[in-house]
Design a binder for this molecule. Structure first.
Ligand SMILES: [Zn+2]
Length: 482
């Protein structure tokens, strides 16, 4: 998510964290070193389709689909009307209420019922935006200086709109996919993900899922393509609460036990601990793809690490770099602390939050056990904070997916490097992967880092990104629904 990427590897599941986090490690380094691929001649997109896609995006922004506003069902009805107008049978579209939000499912029938369906996922809800904080009304789409402004313009209404427009176009053209192509949009991805879990359960027999809410392309500030990130895995998000309680007492009569000191000592031990180094197909592919763009000690360390996963010096170099440490191992850090109740009293209680990003394949309980061992103090109680996050293995880098995405990206940007990534936070893909459906973040959005405002103020997307995204989805869907 440095830019298009960064925004999409957003962290969620905790109300503490509404920021996105850069998970495509080293992206910044790459953007300096990679240089640009040739822009090439881009596939032509019909003007009428461009206009329709822009209109869908603008209308989409006008639905205030924030948590609790109850606007997701109305937005889903709008998307349904767009598809029905293009020739979808109303009976092939289901909008199911989930609390005050909804799921949206639209089936494009394939010709071969023996083939498992291709899922295309995204989310209809957006992060809250307050009118008084924004220069423009966040829920009135504004076209200005070549951008569409509005909450959700990037996350995730851009890809939801581009995918919807692409499918209306394919319908009008009489396209006949072999597999069923199922649009499955969630309605509370940014918060509880209850609708996501429902969809992931409903479609656990799908062949694979393409997610428009992750991956995507980075443009340099000069507008040249830098890299395309394909998200195929996510670390598991987990929070743990560490609590120490003492009888307390008057601060003029200190005893040997002190809840704050005890907790601080445990946190210090955890802070110094490093979880074992792990690697998977995704991180290996990531380091391999990054290597040609790196230089100096980092390049040397990556090269040595790839040659020998136990090279202690290389691991130490990469572990010291916040851009890389997350791709090497589970990480756990202290993020919040509170304790004591008066300036002149011994603390009766001290509590800390430890936030972990767990390497795929490691159970959350195992991390909790390790934290207990490292804290090495039975009076420090460790409990998991319920966040709704579930562990999920990384998806395999399937040849058909890699080939389809490479072809689509190269049609727009010949020769651009495509880097698989494991992000640090959770998207809807987490629940699909947990149910055994390989899921790939393959957004069609290319943006500059400086245009990236997902979850933030004055979120926007360049109008110039629309045609590329339409061509991208058209190509990827045609190749993978075969
Ligand atoms: Zn999103």
């Amino acid at each position: 998510m440095a830019m298009a990427f960064r925004m999409r590897f957003e962290v969620k599941s905790s109300s503490l964290l509404k920021n996105y986090v850069s998970a495509l490690i080293g992206c910044a380094a790459m953007s300096v070193a990679v240089g640009a691929a040739a822009s090439g001649s881009k596939p032509a997109v019909d003007k009428a389709l461009h206009d329709q896609a822009l209109e869908i995006l603008q209308k989409s922004i006008s639905f205030r689909t924030v948590d609790g506003a109850g606007q997701v069902p109305a937005y889903a009805e709008y998307l349904k009307s767009v598809l029905v107008e293009a020739g979808y049978a109303p009976g092939d579209i289901e909008i199911e209420p989930v609390a005050n939000t909804a799921t949206f499912v639209a089936r494009y029938k394939g010709t071969d019922s023996k083939k498992k369906p291709l899922l295309v996922i995204g989310h209809m809800d957006v992060v809250e935006a307050k009118r008084e904080d924004w220069k423009r009304d966040p829920f009135t789409p504004v076209l200005e200086s070549g951008y569409v402004f509005g909450r959700g313009s990037a996350d995730n209404k851009f890809d939801v709109s581009m995918i919807t427009a692409t499918l209306t176009n394919l319908k009008r053209q009489g396209w006949k996919p072999k597999r069923d192509v199922i649009l499955a949009f969630s309605g509370d991805e940014e918060t509880a993900m209850v609708s996501t879990r429902k969809l992931a359960e409903q479609f656990k027999d799908a062949e694979l899922a393409l997610n428009g809410d992750a991956g995507g392309g980075l443009l340099s500030e000069a507008g040249q393509p830098v890299v395309y990130g394909l998200q195929a895995g996510e670390k598991t998000y987990a929070d743990f609460k560490l609590t120490v309680t003492n009888p307390g007492g008057h601060s003029s009569r200190p005893s040997k036990v002190n809840a704050i000191n005890q907790l601080a000592a445990a946190l210090d031990r955890i802070g110094k601990y490093q979880f074992p180094v792990m690697r998977n197909e995704l991180t290996t592919a990531y380091f391999t793809a990054s290597l040609p763009k790196l230089s100096g000690p980092t390049a040397d360390a990556v090269k040595r690490y790839l040659a020998n996963p136990e090279d202690a010096q290389a691991i130490a170099t990469l572990s010291d770099d916040p851009s890389y440490v997350g791709q090497l191992r589970t990480t756990c850090v202290s993020t919040m602390i509170e304790g004591g109740h008066a300036t002149n009293a011994l603390p009766q209680k001290a509590v800390a939050n430890i936030n972990c990003r767990i390497f795929p394949g490691t159970p959350i309980a195992e991390v909790q056990k390790t934290l207990g061992q490292v804290a090495a103090d039975p009076e420090v109680k460790i409990t998991q904070v319920v966040t709704g996050s579930v562990p999920a293995d990384a998806s395999p880098l399937r040849k058909d997916v890699m080939a389809a995405v490479t072809k689509a990206v190269h049609a727009n940007y010949p020769g651009l490097s495509i880097v698989p990534s494991m992000s640090a936070g959770a998207t809807d893909s987490m629940h699909f992967r947990a149910n055994g459906v390989p899921s790939y973040g393959v957004s069609g959005l290319f943006m500059k880092d400086s245009d990236e405002f997902s979850h933030g103020l004055d979120e926007r997307v360049p109008v110039s990104s629309i045609d590329g995204a339409l061509a991208h989805w058209n190509s990827v869907l045609k190749d993978l629904a075969r």
